[in-house]
Design a protein around this ligand. Structure first.
Ligand code: M6R
Length: 635
């Protein structure tokens, strides 16, 4: 999703740093990019496509233009993920106001942009793009001119007035050309910032300052950051940082020193980040388990949450995409281990249910990026009801952590660069198992023997994942036979419905094939109509030593065979020693033996490989699939 980077300093390196910053925002997903530089005028360089194209365009400018680019000490940059207006050169950011006196980059959505645009058009402002951002540029320009005309212009005053006119979410960075002002009144080169519901951090350097959507972008340049809160404004120059809230109160910057992330943009020899992240899964899960290594039944806790779990009557999980899938595991196990009802709700649909919440509820928000607007807004609304909040994320420097504070569990999955989630997803599932254990123990709902058995099984996961990763070549070979199908159905039941959903999502995201997951019992209630020899059906059936769950596994096989009799190519994903009807399938994909209740992590791994290898074979952009964003910061 859109990303912002800005630089103001004393050395002529704005263009280089902005391009470097933009590259570190690429993982968020984008369709166009651009920079604006402030010299004696504001110049914008932008285009549809990759940052490499932007770089090529800049380096093929005339010698004179290039030297202007290279001189600049102040600028703003942007990666755009289209919301208003198609992805093209004109709609790319930065946007200038009508007379090119300022440039602006924006992350978010302005809901009232149409009425503002009409108002500005009647005042003579001319629009080139279809974006809501150009409206902000012209609105700020209009406010600035009016204030200048009565000698009352001040950056904060103008920003406050701008914010009072905008409805919606925004992180803004603005540079202004003051060259027409006389030397006495001319301010120093600076960047104006505003934040409401979209992420924005300031980075503090030595005689230089930065601003970006993402603390990791700033971390390449400095480890000192100031996080802007919602409804805050800032003006930064090379050696000053001033912050005010929307009411004009001064805010003292709180400086955080972050730990340097070693080379997040390094693929470490893997062809794609996705592959690297798939292979990082055993390490991430081992780290999580090592943190609870010394714990036992009497002192078990994933974390010291400030929540009285004995008092909770219902749990709501809110999340989107893969994080939403992961939550289904919490629902299955918490129901069984602690007899607490759990409802899993897609974050963007949660707001309609907020009226039912009370302080006896626990709302668990799950988000790898910690910045997903739908999830954050749902949590903010839940917070107002007095419900207990708990967050699971892999990003310490994130809005979700700010919101849930001490009740945030940070998985050690760290930043995921590939847009399709892999290690973040499996670490979320392990977090759910461990959280469910903590809640069950707190409520005295588990016998010690059962607790020990669960923990033993969880501790086996990293080794089993390693063994599964060693089968990558087999998964590759199997998957390539199915690379040219356009429609897939994924089936399972019980706890592995989540695996079917995640397998389908991975395949869709990476290969652009149509893939849908159904609880296998639903097949005959409709979807069976689409089956024929062109629709492979991938069924996930993992045996269990518990009778009920074993019956579930058997039922999946029966439903899968119903699909096979409709000529659908039939693929079974199961464990090494399962022989139940396997000879009736066209293909059997195996994972090491594991009991069903612990299998969603392991069973996902072959499906991650399938999606990866099919996408790669089809020549798709594996790490940045079309239309997708890593941090979905708009509703
Ligand atoms: O950052 P989040 O975990 O909140 O993101 C939620 C979804 O946008 C995300 O899981 C998305 O579905 C991924 N692309 C899945 O691979």
């Amino acid at each position: 999703m859109c990303g912002i980077v800005s630089y103001v300093g004393s050395e002529p390196k704005a263009a280089r740093l902005l391009l470097q910053g933009l590259k570190s925002l690429e993982y968020r997903g984008y369709d166009s990019s651009g920079i604006a530089l402030l010299n004696d005028s504001v110049k914008v360089y932008k285009n549809k496509g990759k940052i490499l194209d932007l770089e090529k365009n800049i380096y093929s400018l005339s010698e004179q233009e290039q030297s202007e680019v290279e001189q600049s000490i102040c600028g703003i940059g942007h990666t755009r993920w289209a919301t208003h207006g198609e992805p093209n050169d004109v709609n790319a950011h930065p946007h200038l106001d009508s007379d090119a006196s300022l440039a602006i980059v924006h992350n978010g959505i302005i809901r009232n942009y149409q009425s503002l645009r009409s108002e500005l058009e009647t005042k003579g402002f001319v629009f080139k793009s279809d974006t809501d951002t150009e409206v902000i540029a012209n609105m700020f320009s209009s406010i600035r001119k009016e204030l200048l005309s009565i000698n009352a212009y001040e950056d904060f005053k103008a920003l406050r007035e701008l914010s009072s006119r905008l409805e919606g979410s925004y992180a803004l960075a603005i540079i202004i050309n003051d060259s027409n002002l006389n030397d006495v009144t001319k301010p120093v080169k600076r960047i104006l910032l505003a934040k409401n519901e979209s992420p924005l951090v300031i980075g503090i350097g030595d005689q230089e300052n930065f601003a970006a959507s993402d603390s990791d972008t700033v971390l390449q340049f400095t480890d000192k950051i100031v996080r802007l809160a919602d409804k805050e404004l800032a003006v930064i120059s090379k050696n000053t940082i001033e912050i005010q809230d929307f009411d004009g109160n001064e805010i003292k910057p709180i400086i955080e020193v972050l730990k340097q992330n070693d080379s997040i943009m390094d693929k470490k020899g893997y062809k794609h980040f996705l592959l690297k992240e798939i292979y990082e899964q055993p390490t991430v899960l081992s780290k999580m388990l090592s943190l609870i290594e010394d714990q036992s039944f009497t002192n078990f806790k994933l974390m010291d949450f400030q929540i009285d779990f004995t008092n909770i009557e219902k749990v709501y999980c809110i999340a989107c995409g893969s994080a939403y899938h992961s939550a289904q595991v919490l629902k299955s196990i918490l129901g069984t281990w602690a007899a607490i009802p759990v409802e899993v709700i897609i974050a963007s649909e949660f707001n309609y249910q907020v009226n039912f919440l009370s302080e006896k509820d626990l709302v668990v928000g799950i988000s790898q990026s910690g910045e997903t607007a739908d999830t954050i807004l749902a949590l903010q609304r839940a917070k107002k009801t007095g419900a207990n909040l708990l967050a699971i994320t892999n990003r310490p420097a994130s809005a979700i952590n700010n919101l849930c504070g001490v009740n945030t569990y940070i998985t050690p999955a760290d930043i995921e660069i590939s847009v399709a989630s892999t290690k973040a997803y499996t670490s979320q599932i392990l977090a759910h198992y461990l959280l469910a254990l903590q809640i069950a123990v707190a409520r005295k709902a588990l016998a010690e023997e059962f607790f020990n058995e669960i923990l033993h099984n969880l501790k086996m996961l990293p080794v089993l994942i390693e063994q599964t990763l060693h089968r990558a070549n087999a998964y590759k070979e199997q998957s390539l036979n199915y690379a040219n199908y356009k429609d897939f159905i994924f089936l399972s039941r019980g706890i592995n419905h989540v695996t079917a959903m995640e397998g389908a999502l991975k395949l869709k995201e990476l290969s652009y094939a149509h893939a849908t997951a159904y609880p296998s019992g639903e097949l005959k209630h409709g979807p069976i109509a689409i089956l024929d020899e062109n629709v492979p059906v991938i069924s996930i059936s993992i045996p269990s030593k518990y009778e009920d769950e074993q019956v579930t596994a058997e039922k999946v096989i029966h439903n899968a065979l119903e699909a096979k009799t409709r000529k659908a190519p039939s693929i079974l994903l199961t464990t090494d020693s399962n022989q139940d009807h396997v000879s009736e399938f066209d293909l059997v994909v195996r994972i090491p033996d594991i009991d069903q209740v612990f299998s969603p992590i392991l069973a996902t791994i072959p499906l991650q490989f399938w999606a990866y290898y099919i996408a790669e074979d089809l020549g798709k952009d594996v790490d940045q699939p079309r239309n997708l964003a890593k941090s979905v910061t708009v509703e």
